[in-house]
Design a protein around this ligand. Structure first.
Ligand code: CP
Length: 358
């Protein structure tokens, strides 16, 4: 008889984007995360090891995964590429006479022999969006690993952040269907990646929210992501609109999700991108904007630059849930780790069984 626990089907799978999850899997993961938050998880992953591969810096992701594995009775190995760990090549057919000492084709299967789960953070390089939008490093990990791979933020997605974000919205608003979700672009001195706004829009569209994306012209998200956001919204009973102006989107919003990102129109052309970004220095969220909302939750994935993207008065004001959001990374990821490791469902596949099928 098939298992009634939707999480059993996640055992042995990769988690690269929230769109990898069915509606019932997403719901069950969030319920498990809420249970772990209320009552603690227990040592469900005793003896299990997570290998965390970081190509880029992190505070929350690194600390929450390591803390989560400890709380689950397991262990996390921090592998920061280029800092005591060999630099890795991911392109095929490359003559490896540069900085990289090792290729993903060897490094990933070796790590999979030591670890029960692998996680990877790999930001885009900022050179060629046509290449970056294929998520080449994350795809390499998924191809060469025979244990589950978790995306800790890639070129396209930050799905662990999105799980924590939806958990936070559900805690605070209870109901998500029909609520107004404003994803607003904010200023920043550098062209940041689009993984967080992509994942924020994707998860809000799964939750039946009425989404407004406010960004200056030239800062559209990738068209394939937008197509999926629209498809998700159609299925969930939500809606999506994209607006140019900064102020109007705040009217009646229940959630303000603030994020800085660079222009894909000028991806790889730093000077042109910077010149475009410099024309929109007024895009900083302050109390004046938040007062137009329905006492909205102010969300941001962090790290955030005070008085650049968000004013002190809103980060320190009644709207901000940014620390709760960061805490929920811990609970959401513990639920995810347990599910992927096959410890969340009665008929979960074992690692050995998953390997034997390959
Ligand atoms: N939000 C987030 O992923 O934070 P870090 O970059 O510090 O991990």
């Amino acid at each position: 008889m098939p298992s009634k626990n939707p999480l059993a089907g996640l055992a042995g799978r990769n988690f690269l984007t929230t769109d990898d999850l069915s509606d019932s899997e997403l719901e069950a993961l969030l319920e498990l995360a809420a249970r772990f938050k209320a009552r603690g998880p227990g040592a469900l992953l005793a003896g299990r090891i997570l290998g965390m591969v970081f190509f880029n810096p992190s505070l929350r992701t690194r600390a929450s995964f390591e803390a989560g594995m400890f709380q689950l009775g397991g262990h996390a190995i921090d592998l920061s590429i280029g800092q005591g760990v060999w630099k890795l090549e991911h392109r095929d057919g490359t003559v490896m006479d540069g900085d990289a000492a090792e290729h993903l084709r060897e490094a990933v299967p070796v790590l999979a022999r030591y670890c029960d789960l692998l996680s990877v953070r790999c930001f885009p390089s900022g050179k060629d969006w046509a290449v970056e939008r294929t998520d080449p490093i994350l795809s390499g990990f998924a191809a060469y690993s025979d244990v589950p791979v978790i995306n800790m933020e890639s070129s396209l997605y930050h799905p662990c952040q999105a799980l924590a974000d939806l958990l936070t919205i559900r805690e605070k608003l209870r109901k998500t269907k029909g609520k107004r979700f404003l994803l607003t672009w904010c200023r920043h001195p550098r062209a940041l990646p689009t993984a967080v706004p992509n994942s924020a829009a994707l998860i809000a569209s799964r939750a039946g929210m009425r989404i407004t994306i406010a960004r200056p012209p030239g800062f559209d998200l990738d068209p394939d992501i937008m197509a999926r956001v629209r498809a998700n919204a159609r299925k969930s009973g939500g809606s999506v609109e994209v607006v140019d102006g900064f102020e109007a989107g705040f009217d009646g919003a229940d959630v303000v999700y603030a994020k800085e990102w660079g222009s894909l129109d000028h991806y790889g052309d730093d000077a042109a991108e910077k010149a475009l970004r410099a024309r929109h220095t007024d895009w900083m969220v302050g109390a004046r904007q938040m007062k137009r909302t329905r006492d909205a939750l102010l969300m941001h994935c962090l790290p955030v630059r005070r008085n650049v993207a968000l004013a002190d008065e809103v980060l320190d004001g009644p709207w901000s849930v940014v620390v709760d959001e960061a805490e929920n990374r811990l609970h959401a990821q513990k639920a995810l780790l347990v599910a992927l490791a096959g410890k969340a469902g009665p008929k979960a596949k074992t690692r050995t069984a998953a390997r034997a099928r390959r």
